[in-house]
Design a protein around this ligand. Structure first.
Ligand code: SR1
Ligand code: MG
Length: 406
């Protein structure tokens, strides 16, 4: 890993945030430091510090700062420049998918801090799903988000020359290396990051040792590393989504956040990230005996896909160069993205039950129930990787999860 772990800038703390805001004109105009009522460190991800700043009688602001290491493992160096990369991507996604990412207010490249819209009236979707909430429309909003990004940042929306420049400007090698290692490699080798329950040892061996699984994962990794289709989110799990349910006088709001893993990659990776996390959420539902919730969650895969397809198809007439990219290409491209999504969904679900960076959907289950849920996830992942990639391939997931957790 290439990184400079030396920290030459001051980290934010709950105590110094008001002075930081006062010292940045772009922020002090937005949030009067005299009105700050409370500052909380609210980061629950693996990578960064996140501060929610509450003010008296006005909207607050969120500050996100990168350290030169991984938050949950200070021995793991990683470039703090990820903050600038994320801010840049957020600006692009805000342009092509307005209202579906947080607004960006300020970027401080010296201290690796960005200031973001206060979304404290939203909740992280993973937590809502874990509690059994069914927020209708969120999965479709996300399919629309992926489609707008997929079209607007690709050769279709940008044209050849601008796409090449955008690919060059968006390289994110260190964060991509994390994904290459954690998603596509470590779960398939002996690695100190892997943590396997005794009851799941045979399940993991059967999954990771299956030659068909290994070939499919290897091919998915090659595509991840080489298919520079669009400026994808790169880590679109349910913990990267904020949701505010519809309420009287306030419409539903869905925001994808944490785009620090973004780069020019395959569009199916973002759809697959959502599908893989639906598998995890459904495994939890089955394990807890809530089959109705699990079935609802599994239905989200189709909702995300349908919205993606609808939105991408609606944008298709606007493509910059229609000479060779006719409607046959649209159909073939969509089929390819869907097949990619099945493989990436599998990879994203399996890594969360074998390797580093676990998810509460599974980890908060009692051990005996957790082992069954993990077995179901691995059966589902194997199916998604090895069954023919037909449009209905995801339909096989429910039966496998239910059987494993019965
Ligand atoms: C070092 S931990 C990195 C993981 O956290 C993020 O949520 C990504 O999923 C990444 O793989
Ligand atoms: Mg994240």
């Amino acid at each position: 890993m290439v990184a400079d772990a030396a920290q030459s800038y001051e980290l934010l703390t709950v105590e110094n945030v008001p002075a930081y805001i006062a010292g940045r004109p772009a922020l002090a105009r937005l949030v009067d430091p005299a009105t700050i009522r409370r500052v909380r460190e609210v980061g629950d991800g693996n990578m960064n510090l996140v501060f929610a700043v509450e003010t008296q009688g006005g909207p607050g602001v969120v500050l996100k700062q990168s350290m030169p290491y991984v938050r949950v493992d200070p021995e793991w160096p990683i470039t703090p420049d990820r903050n600038r990369i994320e801010a840049r991507v957020l600006a692009v996604h805000g342009e092509v998918a307005p209202g579906l990412v947080p607004a960006l207010y300020d970027v401080d490249e010296e201290r690796h801090v960005m200031a973001l819209e206060d979304l404290s009236d939203h909740r992280v979707w993973r937590g809502l799903l874990n509690e059994g909430h069914r927020n209708e429309g969120v999965a479709a909003d996300l399919g629309g988000y992926v489609a707008r990004v997929a079209f607007g940042t690709s050769i279709f929306g940008l044209g050849a020359e601008a796409h090449k420049a955008a690919v060059a400007a968006a390289v994110n090698p260190e964060l991509c290396e994390i994904t290459e290692d954690l998603v596509f490699t470590e779960p398939y080798i002996e690695h100190e990051h892997n943590r396997i329950l005794p009851a799941n040892e045979a399940d993991v061996a059967a999954y990771a040792g299956d030659p068909a699984v290994r070939t499919a994962i290897g091919m998915a990794k090659i595509a991840f590393m080489t298919h520079a289709e669009a400026l994808i989110h790169g880590d679109l799990h349910t913990g990267s989504v904020l949701v505010r349910p519809e309420a009287p006088g306030a419409p539903r709001s869905t925001r994808a956040f944490d785009v620090e893993f973004a780069f020019y990659g395959p569009v199916g990776f973002d759809i697959g990230a959502l599908w893989g996390n639906y598998v995890l959420a459904a495994a939890r539902g089955f394990a807890l005996g809530d089959e109705e919730h699990a079935a609802w969650v599994l239905g989200l895969a189709g909702e995300t896909w349908d919205a993606f397809e609808r939105e991408f198809t609606a944008l298709w007439p606007e493509r910059v160069d229609p000479r060779v990219y006719g409607d046959g290409v649209l159909a073939a491209y969509l089929a390819r993205v869907r097949a990619d999504a099945a493989a990436y969904g599998a990879a994203k679900a399996a890594r969360r039950v074998i390797g580093f960076s676990r998810v509460t959907d599974i980890e908060t289950l009692p051990e005996d129930v957790r082992a069954k849920a993990i077995r179901g996830v691995l059966h589902a992942a194997r199916h998604l990787l090895t069954a023919p990639p037909t449009p209905s391939v995801f339909d096989g997931v429910g039966g496998l999860l239910a059987a494993a957790t019965a």
